[in-house]
Design a protein around this ligand. Structure first.
Ligand code: ATP
Ligand code: MG
Length: 350
């Protein structure tokens, strides 16, 4: 996939901006605060209907304005998004998409920025979000299963708090349905992580030449079978009733990344950890291409400034295959020695 034209209005610091991009690597450079990240954020928003750094669309609307507008031509199709605090009006080639779910996945944009080392370090919740969001880019039925599971989980938690006379029977119906879904969700997550692991280990880099990367899914259940799950549910039932909350399930699962048996989050320098997460993201890009036969658009925000020259070259060797990449940075020195870039100076609003 590639975006040839982009127009934005009232987005972050921009009143209005129009850009024409090329296939291959687009390098956007400029001083701090001119709006480089904002620009790539608008491209990311077009694919994901959310920002990679703001939790609320409100933050994206230019101060004192009521709505923002993004228009882009991706693979020849015209995408247009009009977003205010309550609503999003989404169109592709003039056709209105009322359901966000149906719009999502039409354009895939994968992003990486240095703060994303959180994927190794922070909370299991963030890793689960990564799994659910990225798997849904290559598996159209997956998100629906997660949403149904979450709905049933809510019902189960409410039931645990209630004095319903049919509590036991209802619990057993819910447990049965939830376990069916969880077998599918866990198996899909494990396959996804194994595929990412395999692709990362095939990359030719200083890290993957030195260490074997392993990604282990951490599951609440001892095995991924419905019988085992139901058995553990029964074992926890007393505790769940006392605490009035469901203690087991995919909403608690996690994954960890290891380099030669050592957990990556406690091993290696900050730069190496960031590099590992970057490799995971690049593996994701390769996996998406493998599954849907189209490259996602790749956004690397402020990544090269953090890498030494040899790592930059290693990354370049991987991303040069991708149909279109956006890289932001502060000056041209960051891409010294690599000359296959389309270069744009970003000056922000004058
Ligand atoms: N909703 C908004 N309305 C107006 N301005 C905003 C809004 N949100 C962010 N900004 C401004 O956008 C500016 C540019 O931000 P951006 O993060 O894109 O800079 P950058 O070019 O990536 O800089 P750096 O090199 O430091 O990463 C900031 O000065 C910020 O104050
Ligand atoms: Mg920036």
């Amino acid at each position: 996939m590639w975006i040839s034209n982009l127009k934005i209005r009232n987005f972050r610091n921009y009143d209005s901006l129009e850009m024409v991009f090329e296939k291959g690597i687009n390098y956007l450079y400029g001083k701090n605060g001119v709006g480089k990240t904002n620009l790539v954020e608008s491209i990311y928003y077009m694919g994901n209907l959310e920002s990679f750094r703001a939790s609320d669309d409100k933050e994206l609307i230019k101060k004192e304005k009521k709505e923002f507008f993004i228009e882009g031509i991706v693979d020849g199709l015209e995408y247009s998004l009009l977003v205010n605090k309550e609503n999003k009006l989404l169109k592709i080639d003039g056709i209105l998409y009322k359901k966000y779910r149906e719009y999502l996945g039409k354009t895939n944009v994968v992003e990486f920025c240095p703060e994303e080392v959180y994927l190794l370090k922070d909370f299991p919740r963030d890793r689960r979000k990564f799994l659910d969001k990225e798997i849904s880019k290559i598996n159209s039925g997956y998100m629906h299963k997660v949403l149904v599971y979450n709905k049933l989980l809510k019902q189960r938690n409410e039931l645990l708090k209630s004095e319903d006379v049919y509590k036991e029977q209802l619990l057993s119906v819910l447990d049965d349905k939830m376990c069916d879904l969880q077998v599918d969700i866990i198996e899909t997550r494990i396959v996804f992580l194994k595929e990412i692991e395999g692709i990362v280990n095939e990359f030719n880099t200083s890290i993957t030449d030195k260490y074997r990367l392993e990604i282990k899914y951490e599951c609440c259940f001892k095995s991924v079978s419905k019988e085992e799950m139901l058995k553990q549910y029964r074992e926890c039932e007393k505790r769940d009733k006392e605490r009035m909350v469901t203690s087991l399930g995919v909403h608690k699962d996690d994954f960890k990344v290891y380099l030669d048996e050592c957990e990556a989050s406690g091993f290696g320098s900050q730069g190496e950890q960031r590099f590992v997460v970057l490799l995971i993201k690049l593996a994701l890009v390769t996996l998406i291409k493998k599954r849907i036969n189209k490259w996602p658009i790749l956004v690397l925000d402020d990544v090269f400034s953090e890498l030494d020259d040899s790592k930059k070259k290693e990354i370049y060797e991987i991303i040069k295959e991708v149909e279109q990449v956006f890289i932001t940075g502060c000056d041209l020195d960051e891409i010294n020695g690599i000359n296959k870039f389309s270069i744009y100076e970003i000056k922000g609003e004058e």
